[in-house]
Design a protein around this ligand. Structure first.
Ligand SMILES: [Mg+2]
Length: 182
């Protein structure tokens, strides 16, 4: 039986962070790049009171429609799709407008993923599988399988998980058979 692989959407397949950072920069007259957060946490930084938040934009229609996919994600997920039972799981119900946009986005970028394998939920503790790739460590709390933390500007300071920086690295671990616990 194929192992079940749970793949997150925002900041794992879709580069939501790039759009968030662009909006934050525009609103605050900043010119920050993701690299700026290699030694600090994005959320802590933007919560400083003199900054205008970006967060209300996430509730606007269209926010999730035009995100870029991460480099190599399409090719690697396509390969993994042959080897694993792949589910894309997104904690999306906080943003009701995002639901249709996310289905359409997956259909456009990952047409080989069936609607049966798209899961939109509020809390990922209901999800069971063998391997989970996510950028938020809180989603690992109740997950019993292997965990891969996808590097992101808001998790650079998180420790205790196997960190993956890009989809090439995921390919080496999950397809060519590297050590997942390294
Ligand atoms: Mg995410």
């Amino acid at each position: 039986m194929k192992k079940r692989l749970i793949i997150d959407m925002d900041d794992v397949l879709a580069d939501t962070g790039a759009k968030i950072l662009r909006i934050f920069n525009e609103r605050n007259n900043q010119n920050l790049t993701k690299d700026f957060f290699e030694d600090k946490d994005f959320y802590s930084y933007v919560r400083q009171s003199h900054f205008d938040s970006y967060r209300n934009e996430l509730f606007e229609p269209g926010f999730f429609s035009d995100l870029e996919s991460f480099p190599d994600s399409v090719e690697v997920v396509k390969a993994l799709h042959e080897k694993y039972e792949v589910f894309v799981v997104s904690a999306a119900t906080e943003f009701p407008n995002s639901l249709t946009e996310k289905v359409r986005w997956l259909e456009r970028h990952f047409p080989f993923i069936s609607w049966r394998n798209m899961v939109f939920c509020g809390d990922k503790s209901i999800v069971h599988g063998d391997i989970m790739i996510d950028d938020h460590a809180r989603n690992f709390d109740k997950f019993e399988g292997e965990k891969l933390l996808f590097h992101s500007m808001h998790n650079t300071q998180v420790e205790g998980y196997r960190r993956v920086r890009d989809w090439k690295e995921i390919y080496e671990i999950l397809y060519t058979g590297g050590d997942i616990n390294k």
